[in-house]
Design a protein around this ligand. Structure first.
Ligand code: C2E
Ligand code: MG
Ligand code: MG
Length: 469
C-alpha cells in the first residue's frame, strides 16, 4: 500500500513536471514561463536594477528544419538549449514553442542585461555541428525591462515581442530593447504586412516591365519585371517600401514565387525576349530554390535560357552551400544569373570568380552624373573590361540621356536600361514599347520627373522605416 502511494506520488510529480516542461529540451515550457513571469511581476523591483525579459526567436531555423528534416531540427534545438544554458549568467530559460525561447534575468540592471543579450547573439551565431552537417542559424532578441517598461506579465511579454519584431526588421541576428516609439511603428508595419498579403492574394500586386536595350543594335533584348502595388485608396507603393518589410517577415518568398510565375507566363508570348526577375537573397538561400524555378519553367513552358534571375551580392555574404548549389543547378538548366546593383555594396571581386554569373548590372549611381566625371567613366570602363574577361555581359542601369548612352556604348557596355527608353510599364504596353523603341522614332527624352515615369518616382512613402537604435 505504502509503495502504491509512493508510486502514485511519483507519477503525479512526473505529470506535474511534464505539464510544466518541454519534453524535447527539458526546459520549462510556456506554462512554466507564465508562472515565472507572474512571480517576477509580483516582486517589487526598483528601477536601478531592473529585471529583464528576453524574447528569443531563432533566425533561419525553419529553413534548416524544412531542408534537413525534423530529427536534425530537434537536435539543433537541443544544441541551442545547451549553448544558452552554458552561458552561465544568472537567468532562467524557457522554451515557448517552435524556435522561440524566453529568458528571465533578475535584478541584473540594463548594462549587464545588454551585455548578456550580446553574448546570446554571439553564441548562437557560431555554426552548429550536427553529425556531418554544419548548420548556421542565429537569433534575434527583444528585451523589455520590469518595472521600467511594464509591470504586468502580459504587457511585459508584448513589449519584449515588439522589441523582437524590431530586431527582426533591423536585419535579424541582433538584440533590441523596447522603446515606446516601437509600438506605433510596429503596429503600422504589421498592418502593412497584412495589407500586402491580402493584396497578393487578391491579385492586386502587379509586375511592370522595363525594357533592356542592346546598346549597339538598339533592339529590345528583354525586360526586367519590377513589382508594383497600387494600394487602393492610397496610390502606388514602391518596391523600396515593400521589400524590406516582406524580407523581415519572410513574405518575400511568396512574392518571389508569384513574380516568377507571373513573369514567365507573361514572357511566354514575347517571341524570344529575355525576362529578368529579381529574387531576394532570403529566397536564393533556400535549399529547394532551383527546383522551384525549374517547376515554374515546366509549368509555363518558358525556355530556361530566356529567364534571368537577378540577385544582389548580399546573397553571397555568409552564404551556406545552398546558394552555390542553387546558382549552379539553375545555370546548368540554361537559366542566367545576373548580379544586380553592382558597385553599391561590398563588391568583393572574389564573388565574381567564386560564382557563375552571366551578367553584371552596374548600379545607376555610377551613371547619374557621368558627364564631366572622368573618374566615374573610368570605373564603368574598368567594370566592363573585367566583365568581358570573365565572359559576363554588362548592363547599365539608370540610363536617362543620350549622352550617357553614347559614353557607355563607347566603353563597350552591352545593355542599357533606363528612363531614356522607358520606365517599367504594364504588360499590355509591352508590344507598343518594343515597336516604339525599335521603330524609326527616336526615344522620347523621358526623365525621372516625367509624369509618365516610373510609379516609383511619385509614390508617397507609406512608412518611415527609420531604424530603431
Ligand atoms: P533594381 O532591380 O536595381 O531595379 C531597377 C530600379 O531602378 C527600379 O526601381 C527602376 O524603376 C529604377 N530605374 C530604372 N531606370 C531608371 C532610371 O533611368 N532612373 C532612375 N532614377 N531609376 C531607374 P524600383 O522598381 O523602385 O525597384 C527598386 C528595387 O526593388 C529593384 O532594384 C529591386 O532590387 C527591388 N525589386 C523590384 N521588384 C522586385 C521583385 O519583384 N522582387 C524583389 N525581390 N525585389 C524587387
Ligand atoms: Mg534588378
Ligand atoms: Mg539594380
Amino acid at each position: 500500500m505504502g509503495s502504491d502511494a509512493t508510486e502514485s506520488r511519483e507519477a503525479q510529480a512526473r505529470i506535474a513536471f511534464l505539464a510544466g516542461h518541454d519534453s524535447l529540451t527539458g526546459l520549462p515550457n510556456r506554462s512554466g514561463f507564465q508562472d515565472a513571469l507572474g512571480t517576477l511581476c509580483r516582486t517589487v523591483r526598483t528601477a536601478e536594477r531592473p529585471s529583464a525579459l528576453f524574447y528569443l526567436d531563432l533566425d533561419g531555423f525553419k529553413a534548416v528544419n524544412d531542408s534537413r528534416g525534423h530529427l536534425v531540427g530537434d537536435r539543433l534545438l537541443r544544441a541551442v538549449t545547451a549553448r544558452l544554458l552554458a552561458i552561465g549568467e544568472p537567468h532562467s530559460l524557457f522554451r515557448l514553442g517552435g524556435d522561440e525561447f524566453a529568458m528571465v534575468v533578475r535584478d541584473l540592471g540594463r548594462p549587464a542585461a545588454e551585455a548578456l543579450a550580446a553574448r546570446v547573439v554571439a553564441e548562437l551565431r557560431r555554426p552548429f555541428q550536427i553529425d556531418e552537417a554544419r548548420l548556421e542559424v542565429g537569433v534575434s532578441v527583444g528585451i523589455a525591462y520590469m518595472p521600467d517598461d511594464a509591470i504586468e506579465p502580459a504587457s511585459l511579454l508584448m513589449r519584449a515581442d515588439l522589441a523582437l519584431y524590431a530586431a527582426k526588421a533591423d536585419g535579424k541576428g541582433c538584440w533590441r530593447t523596447f522603446d515606446p516609439s516601437l509600438e506605433e511603428r510596429v503596429v503600422r508595419q504589421r498592418q502593412f504586412d497584412l495589407d500586402m498579403r491580402a493584396a497578393l492574394a487578391a491579385d492586386e500586386m502587379e509586375l511592370h516591365y522595363q525594357p533592356l536595350v542592346d546598346m549597339r543594335s538598339g533592339r529590345v533584348a528583354g525586360f526586367e519585371a519590377l513589382l508594383r502595388w497600387n494600394k487602393p485608396g492610397y496610390g502606388w507603393v514602391s518596391p523600396g517600401e515593400i521589400i524590406p518589410i516582406a524580407e523581415a517577415t519572410g513574405f518575400i518568398v511568396e512574392i518571389g514565387r508569384w513574380a516568377l510565375r507571373r513573369a514567365c507566363t507573361d514572357a511566354r508570348t514575347w517571341s524570344d525576349l529575355k525576362i529578368a526577375v529579381n529574387i531576394s537573397s532570403i529566397h536564393v538561400r533556400m535549399p529547394g530554390f532551383h527546383a522551384e524555378v525549374a517547376a515554374v519553367l515546366r509549368e509555363t513552358g518558358l525556355a530556361p535560357d530566356r529567364l534571368e534571375i537577378e540577385i544582389t551580392e548580399s546573397v553571397l555574404l555568409d552564404h551556406g552551400p545552398e546558394v552555390l548549389e542553387n546558382l549552379k543547378r539553375l545555370r546548368a538548366t540554361g537559366v542566367r544569373i545576373a548580379l544586380d546593383d553592382f558597385g553599391t555594396g561590398y563588391s568583393s571581386l572574389s564573388y565574381l570568380t567564386e560564382f557563375p554569373f552571366d551578367k553584371v548590372k552596374v548600379d545607376r549611381s555610377f551613371v547619374r552624373d557621368l558627364q564631366g566625371r572622368p573618374e566615374k567613366v573610368a570605373v564603368v570602363e574598368a567594370i566592363a573590361r573585367m566583365a568581358r574577361a570573365l565572359s559576363m555581359s554588362v548592363t547599365v542601369e539608370g540610363v536617362e540621356t543620350r549622352q550617357q548612352l553614347d559614353v557607355l556604348r563607347d566603353k563597350r557596355c552591352d545593355i542599357a536600361q533606363g528612363f531614356l527608353y522607358s520606365p517599367a510599364r504594364p504588360v499590355h504596353e509591352v508590344a507598343a514599347l518594343i515597336a516604339r523603341i525599335e521603330g524609326a522614332a527616336p526615344p522620347p527624352s523621358v526623365s525621372a520627373s516625367d509624369p509618365d515615369g516610373s510609379p516609383t518616382a511619385d509614390a508617397r512613402p507609406v512608412l518611415s522605416l527609420a531604424r530603431a537604435s
